[in-house]
Write a protein that binds this ligand. Structure first.
Ligand SMILES: Nc1nc2c(ncn2[C@@H]2O[C@H](COP(=O)(O)OP(=O)(O)O)[C@@H](O)[C@H]2O)c(=O)[nH]1
Ligand SMILES: Nc1ncnc2c1ncn2[C@@H]1O[C@H](COP(=O)(O)OP(=O)(O)O)[C@@H](O)[C@H]1O
Length: 198
């Protein structure tokens, strides 16, 4: 499909993906669109079905996996997550930059497709800061915090694998991180904005 390249945001739970992604969606209306994933995890307070995720159950999701509806899926911290073909097509058909938020396993799966996105890893300054942020967000049980920190240690290692990401942003100061993210997406943003003008 032609149009602007999609963007994959990845990184440990609590690193700041959603915070940065929501800033882009707010500041660049008509430029970015979010690929709404499916998940079997329960909604957090304030999360809206169909906007933050398509909240589903394992049986329904497995059915759709079996019928080839998904580009990729992965089990993370006891729940299933996945990007459906429709989720991406719905955004790209509007000529928007499609932003996907997936874990590092999802990145590896997407590498095997023809999506050709810009790959961005959002990393915490340290595992200690990550733990503070996860606890500060107050969305996970103690058990989930521990399982997410365990996954984070792996992610923080693997993100530096040569050729895996186009850029790794250590999300310390939020404004600085947002500037870096905008600069790596500048070309695609201008392409869409020019398209809107023409
Ligand atoms: N592979 C894959 N991972 C996903 C997808 N959607 C979300 N994730 C990842 O699942 C992990 C958990 O997401 P979530 O429960 O929303 O926690 P959060 O990252 O702390 O906001 C994160 O690393 C997400 O990037 C998806 O469609 N595919
Ligand atoms: N640069 C930052 N400095 C301090 N707190 C941050 C920063 N980025 C994100 N946060 C906070 O850390 C928590 C996790 O951020 P979030 O965007 O939910 O991460 P993710 O989507 O990667 O799981 C949230 O409470 C958020 O407000």
């Amino acid at each position: 499909m032609s149009g602007p390249r999609p963007v994959v945001l990845s990184g440990p739970s609590g690193a700041g993906k959603s915070t940065l992604l929501k800033k882009l969606l707010k500041d660049y209306k008509g430029v970015f669109g979010f690929s709404v994933s499916h998940t079997t995890r329960d909604p957090r307070p304030g999360e809206v079905d169909g906007k933050d995720y398509h909240f589903t159950n394992r049986e329904a999701m497995q059915e759709d996996i079996d019928t080839g509806e998904f580009i990729e899926t992965n089990e993370f911290s006891g729940n299933l997550y996945g990007t459906s073909k429709c989720a991406v097509q719905d955004v790209r058909a509007k000529g928007l930059i499609c932003i996907l938020d997936v874990d590092i396993a999802g990145v590896r799966h997407i590498k095997e497709t023809d999506l050709d996105p810009i790959y961005v890893s959002i990393q915490p300054p340290s595992i200690e800061v990550l733990e503070e942020r996860l606890r500060g967000r107050a969305t996970e049980t103690e058990e989930k915090i521990q399982s997410r920190l365990e996954a984070a240690r792996i992610d923080m290692e693997e993100c530096n694998e040569p050729g895996l990401f186009d850029i790794v942003i250590v999300n310390d100061d939020l404004d600085e991180s947002y500037e870096k993210l905008q600069s790596v997406l500048k070309e695609e943003i201008i392409r869409v904005q020019e398209g809107i003008k023409s």
